[in-house]
Design a protein around this ligand. Structure first.
Ligand SMILES: C[S@@+](CC[C@H](N)C(=O)[O-])C[C@H]1O[C@@H](n2cnc3c(N)ncnc32)[C@H](O)[C@@H]1O
Length: 268
């Protein structure tokens, strides 16, 4: 482990690694899956709701809602300046810098609140859940998506093994233990009844280049800081491993199982 390990702040200082991961899922999923639609469906939106997306990243969920005719207030919240800047460029969306654990909104301010693939980054997820509940009006809905714990474990293992050769390992504070196995029970404590929709899938690659790009986009979560002196050496080794695998397995695809849940609750 290095003295200066990766941090969430550095990981989300630009939109790039997140966009590489999202684009990879969009292009290389074994079965068609649109996570934006999957989160929106259980909200049963009519288009007039006031909706806040917490940890909204580059705001693509809110842009998706506008494209599908949403007319109500749309707010994107993130604690990364780069993400908030990206969201501010989407016409019709209010971009707010904020922390999921202390949201800058009044009680019952929204009809619907989402937290998509972000709760596993929050230091105190219970506190964040209570904030989501607080800002949602009674009868409003909260939808939260998180990954299966072993999502993309095969590609992560490849990077983790090469990182370990340089004494690097995942650092505390990047990802907590909120995943598809733990989320429903945690939400149940705050919201009562929780509906869960599961998505099972896999990433599949039939050429090395997109897999190498995806593997590099996992570096921070494997303990490799962008400024690490070992970064280029590790990337070279991972690149060689991936090319070697494709040479040794002609005609085969690299398959890496993945999945997530969307857990939805109606606020009491
Ligand atoms: C994995 S990305 C997901 C982005 C987006 N929700 C999506 O699914 O495309 C996690 C996002 O949560 C943001 N984030 C992490 N911790 C946060 C916190 N405590 N409060 C608000 N945003 C946070 C990050 O800056 C990043 O944009």
């Amino acid at each position: 482990m290095t003295a200066t390990g990766p941090t969430l702040t550095a990981e989300y200082a630009t939109t790039s690694p997140l966009q590489v991961r999202i684009d990879t899922h969009a292009r290389h999923s074994e079965h068609p899956d649109d996570p934006l639609t999957t989160v929106a469906a259980p909200l049963e939106l009519t288009g007039s709701e006031a909706l806040a997306d917490i940890g909204c990243g580059d705001g693509r969920f809110l842009a998706h809602l506008i494209q599908h005719g949403h007319r109500g207030r749309l707010v994107g919240v993130d604690n990364s300046t780069a993400m908030v800047t990206a969201v501010a460029a989407i016409p019709g969306v209010q971009a707010v810098t904020g922390d999921a654990e202390a949201l800058p909104f009044a009680d019952d301010e929204f009809d619907a609140v989402t937290a998509r693939h972000m709760l596993y980054h929050v230091p105190d997820p219970d506190k964040a859940l209570r904030e989501l509940e607080r800002i949602t009006r009674p009868g409003g809905r909260v939808a939260i998506s998180v990954n299966h714990p072993a999502t993309c474990a095969r590609t992560r293992r490849l990077v983790l093994d090469r990182a370990a050769e340089h004494g690097l390992a995942p650092v505390a504070g990047m990802v907590n233990d909120v995943n598809s196995m733990t989320l429903s029970a945690m939400m149940g404590e705050v919201f009562g009844e929780v509906r869960t929709d599961r998505c099972e899938n896999a990433l599949v690659f039939d050429t090395p280049a997109p897999l190498i790009r995806f593997a590099e986009a996992l570096f921070s979560f494997c303990g490799i800081d962008p400024a690490s002196p070992h970064r280029e050496t590790i990337l070279d080794a991972v690149t060689t491993d991936i090319h070697d695998w494709f040479h040794a397995h002609p005609g085969l695809r690299w398959r890496d199982p993945k999945g997530y849940i969307v857990a939805t609750a109606i606020v009491r």
